[in-house]
Write a protein that binds this ligand. Structure first.
Ligand code: 13P
Length: 249
């Protein structure tokens, strides 16, 4: 049985005052039946971890370096995320692939480092609008998966997030059939590569304009085990609508 996961990606949003949203979330969900994860900016991670300490909310990073330490100004290692209180890290988000020219092999090296440090790696894949319109979606996703997902992946340390680039922050969402097609494809690929046992145990998240109003129908799609949420994770009240939908799915 895969444990459902509601994950929030705050991206480059939030200063000290945003920690109050975490307190509200922890108070609203003293014992959630799904996993709840918030990935704040690195500057807030340690305080966020302290804020949710002894609650059922987990915190994670938004990126890590492939090396454990060294001369990499501005970067953060997986060990540092663990030390700050993280249990997971988002890797290969399309914004990092675009803003920092991250390639599949970079994402794979980071994921290896994250898994070695004991973090769950949430590896993001997703097509652009041009790629979808050219009917290349599954080829693109397949290539990103084989390039970005490391060999040591298991149902515990790997989570795959399908985030169509054109759906991020736009209010546009693929049809439920389109989401189902990609998630079924990701599941089949994982089973083929890692065997049925591991392939079936990896959680698959959908991300891209998930809101309280559309969450329930998305969570009813086969092989959708939760969501990776941007904008609607910034306010506890909005994210609560999504957590509720997932708890009822
Ligand atoms: P939005 O929910 O704001 O569309 O962002 C999705 C996302 O990129 C999460 O990683």
């Amino acid at each position: 049985m895969r444990r459902k996961l509601a994950a929030g990606n705050w991206k480059m949003n939030g200063t000290s005052s945003a920690l109050g949203e975490l307190t509200s979330l922890a108070n609203t969900y003293p014992a959630p039946s799904v996993e709840v994860l918030i990935c704040p900016p690195a500057t807030l991670l340690h305080r966020a971890a302290e804020t949710v300490h002894s609650t059922h909310i987990e915190v994670g990073g938004q990126d890590c370096h492939a090396n454990g330490s060294g001369a990499h100004t501005g970067d953060i290692s997986a060990e540092m995320l663990v030390d700050a209180g993280a249990t997971a890290v988002i890797l290969g988000h399309s914004e990092r692939r675009e803003d920092h020219d991250e390639q599949n092999e970079d994402v794979r090296a980071k994921a290896r480092a994250a898994m070695d440090a004991g973090l769950k790696a949430i590896i993001c894949v997703g097509e652009s609008l041009e790629q979808r319109e050219a009917a290349n979606t599954l080829d693109i996703i397949g290539g990103q998966m084989s390039g970005s997902i490391p060999e040591l992946s298991t149902g515990e340390n790997l989570i795959v997030a399908y985030e169509p680039i054109w759906a991020i922050g736009t209010g546009k969402v693929p049809t439920l059939d389109e989401i189902g097609e990609v998630h079924d494809f990701i599941r089949a690929r994982l089973e083929r590569r890692f065997g049925e046992g591991v392939g079936r145990s990896v959680r698959l998240l959908y991300g891209g304009s998930v809101k309280p109003g559309n969450a329930a129908e998305i969570f009813a799609v086969s092989n959708v085990d939760g969501a990776l949420v941007g904008g609607a994770s910034l306010k506890a009240q909005d994210f609560a609508g999504i957590i509720d939908a997932l708890q009822n799915a």
